[in-house]
Design a protein around this ligand. Structure first.
Ligand SMILES: [Zn+2]
Length: 234
């Protein structure tokens, strides 16, 4: 299984040149997807206007198939306000654009899980576009048209602040969900305490559990030490 760091490293370079809000949102999206059992990789981040023009030429004045209908300066990618993603397969190398794939076996398509998380973080999804659907594409436009961006217009400070707040709220909720998982602690068939599971560790009153197992418990306040001695031990 890939670690979160390994997954993040795959997209590291593609975060360069993105608007800081999109960078933060993408980092959160990679983390939130990972937490749901879905690994993603950014396949396209910032695309300069020159790169966009070269891409537009493909299939028109240059050989190859047509891959875009956007001339340089007419794509949100040109302003660091869009990304394209793909699913990262378990080998950490291959990617997939299979919209139906359910790699984590939770009966929800991985792609849909990512889209759901992305929308919560404030992204618009290319799959919702009316004209040409673009399933790997996420963008944040801040209500600006590309013509306005070309003219040098930028998101307002208030818009940026609101976008960050949305991202932070999502991250906060994710932490809460992870933290407060109530756990019943049962010893030899009898419930002895309530606990809380946090990130794979269960916290529960040690005394209740130890005594239920027939051990004696001493606590020394001075050295802040709890000593548990099981029956028959010296
Ligand atoms: Zn795109």
């Amino acid at each position: 299984m890939l670690t979160l760091d390994q997954v993040k490293l795959k997209s590291h370079k593609r975060l360069i040149g993105l608007h800081p809000v999109l960078k933060a949102a993408m980092e959160a999206l990679i983390e939130r997807s990972y937490a749901r059992g879905v690994n993603i990789v950014i396949t396209q981040g910032l695309r300069t206007i020159e790169e966009q023009n070269a891409l537009y030429a493909q299939g028109r004045t240059k050989p190859g198939p047509i891959v875009t209908n956007a001339k340089g300066g007419t794509s949100y990618h040109n302003f660091g306000l869009a990304i394209d993603f793909a699913l990262l397969l378990p080998d950490g190398k291959q990617v997939s654009w299979d919209l139906k794939r359910d790699g984590d076996g939770d009966k929800v398509a991985d792609w849909s899980e990512v889209v759901q998380e992305a929308k919560a973080l404030g992204f618009e999804w290319g799959g919702d576009f009316v004209s040409i659907k673009d399933a790997p594409h996420f963008q944040m436009t801040f209500g600006l048209r590309t013509s306005q961006l070309r003219a040098g217009k930028e998101p307002t400070a208030a818009q940026v602040k609101a976008a960050y707040a949305k991202i932070d709220k999502c991250k906060g909720e994710a932490d809460e969900v992870k933290k407060d998982v109530p756990v019943s602690v049962i010893v030899n068939g009898k419930k002895v305490a309530d606990g809380v599971a946090d990130n794979g560790v269960t916290y529960t009153p040690a005394r209740a559990v130890a005594e239920a197992l027939g051990a004696t418990v001493d606590y020394d306040a001075k050295s802040k030490t709890m000593t548990i001695t099981s029956k028959g031990a010296k």
